[in-house]
Design a protein around this ligand. Structure first.
Ligand code: COA
Length: 171
């Protein structure tokens, strides 16, 4: 996938591409600028220490078992990231998504998760899982609208979404 424009519900447009190692520096800056609550919700607790190793792990992807998309605004600044990572169980991948506050509630996470689901399905995954803080209504509603089943234990929710069957073409 070379990149695609996505028009959001409020009329703004983002450009979605695969995340690449050249995005590591910007990602580090985003960690430093992000608000605490966003980071806390994204990582279900205190965020990891930002090190070159972490940034490399998050941006060096094989686009098969580890896959991430970034959405950029007109100026080229990253505004959202969605990723999946294969779990030890065959056919299962865990997803995580984060959207900058000024870009929320206009369908961006939904659009990215749909694209991720299509990619995951092409790569042979049949199920997405997501773990989130049980009071995270935004992601709970987002996943419920994708048909998730969820189990809540000790303040954490585990959701499972069945993916559509694998299409015939590969990207
Ligand atoms: C969760 C998050 C990714 C949602 O991103 P978003 O781009 O605002 O989501 P969308 O606009 O695609 O919303 C899709 C649906 O999710 C639900 N939703 C999203 N935000 C919501 C909120 N604040 N309250 C209730 N429902 C919400 C709604 O059902 C929404 O559909 P609707 O707008 O038609 O009602 C975003 O709030 C975020 O980055 N939060 C911090 C990080 C995080 O919690 N990540 C999840 C853990 S991995």
């Amino acid at each position: 996938m070379d990149g695609q424009s996505v028009r959001l519900r409020d009329g703004r447009t983002v450009f979605v591409t695969r995340l690449s190692p050249s995005d590591a520096e910007e990602l580090g800056e985003e960690f430093a600028e992000a608000d605490r609550e966003t980071l806390y919700r994204r990582f279900c607790g205190p965020p990891p220490k930002v090190t070159p190793r972490l940034l490399a792990r998050l941006t060096e992807l094989d686009f098969d078992r580890r896959y991430a998309l970034v959405a950029r605004d007109k100026a080229g600044k990253g505004v959202a990231i969605a990723r999946y990572e294969a779990m030890p169980q065959p056919g299962v991948a865990e997803i995580a998504v984060v959207v900058k506050p000024a870009w929320r509630r206009v369908g961006l996470a939904s659009a990215l998760v749909t694209k991720l689901a299509e990619a995951a399905s092409r790569h042979g995954f049949g199920e997405f899982t997501a773990t989130y803080l049980a009071d995270n209504r935004a992601v709970a509603d987002l996943l419920d609208s994708a048909g998730a089943r969820r189990v809540i234990t000790d303040g954490l929710a585990d959701a499972v979404v069945r993916l559509p069957p694998r299409p015939s073409t590969m990207d």
